[in-house]
Design a protein around this ligand. Structure first.
Ligand code: G3P
Ligand code: MG
Length: 244
């Protein structure tokens, strides 16, 4: 099986992360999936933003949770990366779904609820995913594994994958215990033996965030199922060189 390329926040190496232009570019670059980060606004709309504040990636300031979706839309989500991107907006999850549903792309949703719980975010997200017929093409991930347990309770067939950046004693056993279909570890936590063990346990492995060519080559050679990367074009080139 070939390693899937998952564009981390879109083609975020070159374009403003988590914007529509970054997702469209990722698709052109040959990505198989888009990874994005979901939070809730003050009026409980799921929107896409990595940080809990808008400070780093927009021309505004303050917490996402204190903005209405309408007011978030007034911010520039691109000017921090370059004046030519100044018209880029913060996407709502629904806008991304409208775009991605008719494509061939899969979706990796990350619930960003470690700092603020965003009560009900899982339910609101599931409703949207179902409305756009994306359940089979969506993987739900989070560092907050309670959210993944909730998702499995709501939708038995949902695919989940815990994110983790510190070693877990027995990740295969742990992932299976929470009903996950895969794991999304920090790439440095993987070894060829661990890849094998996880596969023997029927789990899919998608390390993050893999941006350097030699790391991409090694992880593809170990047989990981997906690479979460800011550089989908580079990953596609390396995969092509290997797969022919
Ligand atoms: O999905 C992998 C990755 O997105 C996890 O970390 O902080 O970039 O959202 P972060
Ligand atoms: Mg993320």
């Amino acid at each position: 099986m070939t390693t899937h390329i998952i564009a981390h926040r879109g083609a975020s190496g070159k374009l403003p992360e988590n914007t529509m232009i970054a997702y469209v570019q990722a698709a052109k670059d040959g990505a198989d999936a888009i990874e994005l980060d979901v939070q809730l606004t003050k009026d409980r709309i799921p929107i896409i933003m990595h940080d809990e504040t808008v400070d780093r990636t927009t021309d505004g300031y303050g917490f996402v949770k204190d903005y209405t979706a309408k007011n978030l839309k007034k911010l520039s989500a691109g000017s921090w990366k370059g004046w030519k991107y100044r018209r880029a907006e913060i996407p709502t999850l629904e806008e991304v779904l409208q775009w991605i549903a008719p494509t061939r792309l899969d979706l990796v949703i990350e619930f960003k609820n470690n700092l603020f719980p965003y009560a009900g975010m899982e339910r609101l997200t599931i409703e949207l995913i179902e409305r756009y017929g994306m359940m089979e093409r969506t993987i739900f991930s989070s560092f907050n594994h309670d959210s993944l347990i909730k998702i499995k309770k709501m939708v038995k067939e949902a695919q989940t994958a815990p994110l983790y950046s510190k070693p877990i004693a027995n990740p295969a056993q742990y992932a299976k215990a929470i009903g996950a279909a895969g794991v999304h570890p920090y790439f440095r936590l993987l070894t060829p033996t661990l890849v094998q063990t996880l596969h023997e346990n029927g789990l899919l492995i998608r390390p993050f965030t893999v941006n350097q060519p030699h790391l991409m080559e090694a992880l593809i050679a170990w047989g990981v199922d997906g690479l979460i990367t800011d550089e989908p074009a580079l990953a596609a080139k390396i995969r092509k060189k290997r797969d022919g």
